[in-house]
Design a protein around this ligand. Structure first.
Ligand code: NAP
Length: 307
């Protein structure tokens, strides 16, 4: 089997922590180059721009775009136009229209576009989805709370428009929600707390309506003393809880045995399958819910945030 050569664009925290090790461990991929403004990786050919990579390395058919969402559309459009199989970190774009446009372009070009949602690949998610498939939900509650200073140190971009603020982690919860709950949900209300010196929210409280139940979500970046990444679903047959970002699953307080490759190894496995099958996977639903929160959300101004 010949490994597919792949280039990573945006060599930051997530590229180093997850993408590079996942590619190294996957025999179907070989990291052949980077596109990095800051120099890339020792021993891997680096290009300052995607255009230079495309011109110099026609032998690289795939790219994985790991930069912030506000600068992803232009690069993704260029990659697709050049015929590259393209993987997008989450969130897939800064706006819903961007993502739908990229999906259209990929369809027309006949290339794979994979808009990833890494939390959907957490070990407990598939089992949670399977268990919920024939259950009647009566209530749902998401708590997604972490310390922004711990998880996003020095990332000024995350506070800029188009980069989501607290929805950057919160959209992970929404990606799990929209994977495991197979009935339609729509946002009915939101309160977004903006630090007075920032352009993006530091906290958000959301309410959704589903058929016969209400779902509530609390996202907060001011959490101290350990993160909480939990989804609890009440059903007529008992309570399901996903904790630790979806890695652990409980049914009525009894922990279930779950299996998986791990989020990022599973993402690359899926990307390999999509490329082999000539397929695409672009689901904008989590981003639609975030967009609705900005549409419906009442804006509260809270104390300034300084790192
Ligand atoms: P990061 O550490 O700030 O890295 C982003 C990289 O993108 C930068 O190092 C830079 O790499 C490149 N870049 C290109 N244009 C940029 C711009 N205008 N502003 C800032 N960086 C730019 O961020 P990250 O945590 O890796 O997050 C990147 C994406 O991954 C986001 O969409 C985020 O939601 C997602 N993600 C992050 C995590 C996490 O735990 N951090 C987890 C899952 C997903 P070069 O210098 O190489 O050009």
């Amino acid at each position: 089997m010949t490994a597919t050569k792949i280039a990573i664009m945006g060599v930051g925290k997530i590229a180093r922590d997850q993408h590079i090790p996942a590619i190294a461990a996957d025999p179907r991929f070989e990291l052949a180059a980077t596109v990095s403004r800051s120099g890339g990786l020792d021993g891997v050919e680096n290009f300052a721009t995607l255009s230079e990579l495309i011109a110099a390395r026609p032998d690289i058919p795939a790219v994985s775009l790991c930069m912030p969402p506000s600068v992803r559309y232009e690069a993704a459009a260029e990659a697709i136009a050049a015929g590259k199989q393209t993987m997008l970190e989450k969130p897939p774009g800064a706006t819903v229209a961007e993502v739908l446009d990229l999906a259209r372009m990929a369809e027309e070009a006949g290339v794979t576009l994979f808009a990833t949602w890494h939390s959907r690949h957490a070990e407990g998610v598939a089992a949670a989805k399977a268990w919920l498939a024939d259950k009647t939900i009566t209530a749902l509650r998401i708590d997604w709370k972490e310390d922004v200073r711990k998880w996003h140190p020095g990332q000024d971009w995350i506070w800029e428009p188009g980069n989501l603020g607290v929805f950057d982690p919160g959209i992970n919860a929404l990606s799990i929600l929209t994977e495991i709950v197979q009935v339609p949900l729509h946002l009915t209300g939101a309160e977004l707390s903006f630090p007075e010196n920032r352009a993006a929210p530091i906290a958000a409280d959301l309410t959704f309506a589903g058929p016969g139940f209400i779902a509530e979500a609390a996202f907060d970046w001011r959490q101290e003393g350990g993160e909480i990444w939990q989804i609890a679903v009440e059903t007529t047959a008992g309570t399901l809880r996903l904790i630790e970002g979806g890695a652990r699953l409980f049914l009525d307080d009894s922990e279930q045995t779950v299996h998986g490759r791990g989020e990022y190894p599973d993402l690359y496995h899926r990307f390999g399958d999509l490329i082999e099958g000539g397929a695409r996977d672009v689901d904008a639903t989590p981003l639609i819910h975030v967009a609705d929160a900005f549409l419906l959300g009442r804006r509260l101004v809270v104390e300034p945030f300084n790192e």
